[in-house]
Design a protein around this ligand. Sequence first.
Ligand SMILES: CC(C)(COP(=O)(O)OP(=O)(O)OC[C@H]1O[C@@H](n2cnc3c(N)ncnc32)[C@H](O)[C@@H]1OP(=O)(O)O)[C@@H](O)C(=O)NCCC(=O)NCCS
Length: 159
Amino acid sequence: MNFAPAIEIRTAVCDDAGAVAGCLAAAFASYKTAYSPSAFADTVASEQGVRLRIQQAHVLVAITCGNVVGTISARIRGNHGHLRGMAVLPEFRGTGLAADLLTAIETWLRARGCAEVTLDTTEPLMAAMRFYENHGYHRSGKIADFFGMPLIEYVKPLR
Ligand SMILES: CC(C)(COP(=O)(O)OP(=O)(O)OC[C@H]1O[C@@H](n2cnc3c(N)ncnc32)[C@H](O)[C@@H]1OP(=O)(O)O)[C@@H](O)C(=O)NCCC(=O)NCCS
C-alpha cells in the first residue's frame, strides 16, 4: 500500500515567492560550480525575482504537506509559449512529479492557443535535457550566450 501524501499542483501566488525561491535554490545547488556566477544568479531567482515572475508570468507550484516541492513557469507571446524555472526538489526526482508539472503548464498553454513551446537549458543540466527529450522536445539549433555559457534552445509543437 502507498501512503505517500498527495501532491497538489496549483497557480502560485505572491506569498509563495519565498518557498519557490527555496525550491529553485535546492534543485540547482549541485550545479553551482558548473555555472558562471551571473548565470547561476539569473537561474536561481531570489524571492524578489520570483515575486516579479509570479506577477508577470504563469507560475505553477507543486505542494505537499504545505511545502513547495516543485515549480515551473510560462510566458506567452502571440501563439508561442516559453518555459522557465522548472525544478523539483532532489528528493522528488524520478517520481513523475516533473512530468506532471510539465503536462500542467503545456495544458495551460494549449488552452490559450499556443502552437509551440520553447525553453532554454545549459550544458551541465544533463538530467533536464534527457527529461525534455523524453517529453517530445528537441533542439531548435539556436544557441545563445548566457553570461558566458552556451544557452541551448529546445522546442516542442503543441498541436
Ligand atoms: C529537470 C528536472 C525537473 C527533471 O525531473 P526528474 O524527476 O529528474 O526527471 P524524470 O521525470 O525524467 O525522472 C528521472 C528518472 O526517473 C524516472 N522516472 C520518472 N518518473 C518515474 C516514476 N513515476 N517511477 C519511476 N521512475 C520514474 C525517469 O524515467 C528518469 O529516468 P532516466 O534518468 O533513466 O531517464 C529535475 O531533474 C530538476 O529539478 N533538475 C534541477 C533543475 C533543472 O535542471 N531544471 C531545468 C532547467 S532547464
